[in-house]
Design a protein around this ligand. Structure first.
Ligand SMILES: NC(=O)c1ccc[n+]([C@@H]2O[C@H](COP(=O)([O-])OP(=O)(O)OC[C@H]3O[C@@H](n4cnc5c(N)ncnc54)[C@H](OP(=O)(O)O)[C@@H]3O)[C@@H](O)[C@H]2O)c1
Length: 292
């Protein structure tokens, strides 16, 4: 099986580049090899590789910056995935794409299912929702996996930010009114590989039978405040922390260019019922991730 992966340097893409070679011949691309703002380059990359499976882990994920760069966010998050879906249909390839809990407005008080109405509050969420719609219109055998609060121990994730703040500040103020499911990039990549392995051979037909949107995130949900407390507790180098107290804060105390949904936890029952799989609890996964 020939696989093309877009976004190999992102949190999820980096993990996928390590798990996908078990499943086939992988061509992993970064921005230099295929800039998603250049739709012809995306088409070219796919026509050259003629994959059986296309996985898109790339995205414009700068939520605040997207308010100023809507055009770029729309190209990367909406137009490019639409082209990938169209090309995958022409090539007879399966397409796996990721979306976000930020397609919801966060006004619900129980976890969102795939049937709940979307209503994104910011440009990033709107561009991702447009991407979902473009994939649904153009695709044939595709999965859109909506996930939330993705982190890795590399780069600029919330986990690394909390660890960094804990070494620089005696008090941390962390919002308690934003609720979601922390999702370790590695477990999401492994789950993606498991779905592919489980539905092989005849992946195209299997995925076409099940195609659509699924919620897939760490089990259980929490606030950023509680998440931060666990990050500090699982820190393997606690002796480096100078933090003495973590205080709960409200989102309105931190004005940001983009509004965030307050309650955006995802209900992953549909994924579990369809594939017989679920991601472990966010706490267990965080402990594992931080054990190195
Ligand atoms: N992070 C979260 O909390 C979160 C939450 C919910 C859903 N998601 C979704 O989960 C998926 C994976 O997210 P992630 O956290 O792994 O994202 P990430 O770490 O921000 O990685 C995104 C990747 O996309 C690449 N990219 C951005 N613009 C590009 C362009 N014009 N051309 C080519 N590549 C481009 C980036 O390239 P560079 O390395 O060159 O910048 C980066 O490697 C995305 O679909 C995202 O929307 C993420």
């Amino acid at each position: 099986m020939n696989i093309v992966l877009f976004g190999k340097n992102g949190q999820l893409g980096w993990e996928l580049e390590r798990s996908l070679p078990l499943l086939g011949n992988l061509t992993a691309l970064d921005r230099e090899e295929a800039d998603l703002c250049d739709l012809a380059a995306v088409q070219r990359a796919l026509n050259e590789s003629r994959p059986d499976l296309i996985i898109n882990a790339s995205a414009y994920t700068e939520v605040d910056q997207a308010e100023k760069e809507a055009e770029q966010a729309i190209k990367v998050n909406a137009l490019a995935p639409g082209i990938m879906a169209e090309e995958s249909r022409k090539l007879g390839a399966v397409f796996i794409h990721y979306s976000t809990d930020y397609v919801f407005d966060g006004r619900k008080d129980s976890p969102y299912t795939e049937k709940d109405p979307t209503n994104p509050l910011n440009t990033y969420g709107k561009s991702k929702l447009m991407g979902e719609e473009n994939v649904r219109q153009a695709g044939d055998s595709y999965l859109i996996l909506r996930t939330s609060w993705v982190y890795s121990l590399r780069g600029n994730s919330f986990v690394n930010k909390v660890l960094q703040w804990s070494r620089q500040n005696k008090t941390l103020n962390i919002v308690r009114d934003q609720i979601g499911n922390p999702t370790w990039a590695r477990s999401l990549a492994e789950m993606t590989s498991l779905i592919i392995a489980q539905n092989n051979p005849d992946l195209y037909e299997h995925v076409r039978d099940k195609c659509g949107i699924y919620h897939l995130a760490g089990s259980g949900y929490t606030s950023r405040f509680e998440w931060a407390q666990h990050i500090l507790a699982y820190d393997a180098r606690q002796s480096e922390q100078i933090v003495e107290s973590v205080q709960p804060a409200r989102s309105e105390e931190f004005r940001t260019p983009a509004l965030r949904p307050l309650f955006s936890a995802l209900d992953c029952t549909h994924f579990d019922n369809t594939f017989g799989l679920q991601l472990p609890s966010w706490k267990l996964t965080l402990e594992l991730a931080m054990a190195g």
